[in-house]
Design a protein around this ligand. Structure first.
Ligand code: AMP
Ligand code: ZN
Length: 193
């Protein structure tokens, strides 16, 4: 179709540069339906594809792409993440919440997951989803804060270790049960509710 035959609106749509999917969190930080809390430096949003009954993401307004870009000057920012975590834990007293960062994140903009340990959600579908929250691929908040204070940076996980952990055998995060597959694991998780 020639440009002359297009409506003004569709011309505008075409001229907008399309955002890469990995920028989705930066868009969601502006979405009033997803925002849960907001401060001068931080936004907390609801995860759009939650992997448990409670699943929030804590993000800085400053454009820090990942934990691997953190430096000593960001210790105070990370401590603010901890204060928000405490607040959210108080608000959800009846749930055990874990907080941490994925060693190999898929989305841009630093984000801390706050996720309930039940891991009961229709969005939890794959072994990679499971292992990214239940193995060393999930770096607990306190460990990241301590590493940053001690070394001034966060060490990246080696590619070989990443491959091993993401394909590690499934294991329940609340008991010693070893399911054969994801449907079995999901059924089992309901017994812990
Ligand atoms: P990761 O980068 O692996 O640490 O995790 C990214 C998280 O962002 C996942 O838990 C996704 O469910 C979530 N997610 C993906 N796209 C969006 C979006 N557009 N808005 C909010 N959450 C998202
Ligand atoms: Zn179990």
């Amino acid at each position: 179709m020639s440009k002359r035959l297009m409506s003004k609106n569709s011309q505008n749509e075409l001229s907008k540069p399309k955002k890469h999917w990995s920028m989705g969190l930066v868009e969601s930080m502006k979405d009033a339906d997803l925002i849960y809390k907001d401060s001068d430096r931080i936004v907390v949003i609801r995860d759009k594809y939650p992997k448990a009954k409670i699943h929030f993401l804590v993000l800085p307004k400053e454009n820090i792409t990942s934990i691997y870009k953190l430096t000593t000057k960001d210790v105070a920012l990370l401590q603010e993440f901890g204060e928000i975590l405490k607040m959210i834990q108080i608000e959800h007293k009846n749930h055990h919440l874990n907080a941490g960062f994925h060693a190999v994140p898929s989305m841009q903009r630093l984000h801390m997951h706050i996720i309930s340990k039940d891991m009961v959600s229709p969005c939890l579908k794959t072994k990679v989803h499971w292992n990214s929250f239940t193995t060393a691929l999930f770096k607990p908040y306190n460990d990241v804060l301590e590493e940053l204070k001690k070394y001034g940076s966060i060490k990246e996980v080696a590619n070989e270790e990443y491959k091993t952990l993401k394909s590690a055998p499934l294991k329940c995060n609340q008991c010693s049960y070893v399911p054969k597959n994801i449907p079995q694991l999901k059924e089992h998780l309901l017994t812990h509710l």
